[in-house]
Design a protein. Structure first.
Length: 136
């Protein structure tokens, strides 16, 4: 009976926190799509592997810190604050990397794997650092 009570008590929190986090993931990826010059979804549909690697890095790069935020937050407000911070930092990461790697967008559009793999690695590295900072 104790299990049933715990489930009834905890399930609404699980569902609400999960829903908010998934909404933040959607917001982060949507922001990434609109703020970056690369049209990765179109390129992926056309079979561009470099765009797929880069976009996968964005998904994981935003998702990893959101997962950390979900694991340490006690309220929906905390999830939102840390989630928005992580999304902003990931978008900033792309912009800084784009400055250092000249014509990153064009190179990914040309299906060059080397810059795409480097960008993927940078996104994941930054997301792990952001996650560690969130966890504290």
């Amino acid at each position: 009976m104790e299990f049933i009570n715990a489930l009834i008590t905890g399930l609404p929190f699980l569902i609400s926190h999960l829903f908010v986090t998934l909404c933040l993931l959607f917001l982060g990826i949507t922001s990434y799509i609109f703020l970056t010059p690369i049209r990765e979804l179109k390129l992926i549909k056309d079979g561009n592997v470099a765009a797929s690697i880069s976009f996968s890095g964005a998904l994981l790069g935003i998702g990893i810190p959101l997962a950390s935020s979900l694991s340490v937050s006690n309220s929906i407000l905390e999830i939102i604050i840390w989630g928005l911070t992580a999304i902003f930092l990931q978008l900033l990461c792309f912009k800084v990397t784009d400055r250092f790697l000249k014509d990153l967008s064009g190179r990914i559009e040309d299906n060059q794997l080397a810059p795409s793999i480097l960008l993927f690695s940078i996104k994941i590295s930054v997301s792990l650092i952001i996650s560690a900072a969130i966890i504290g």
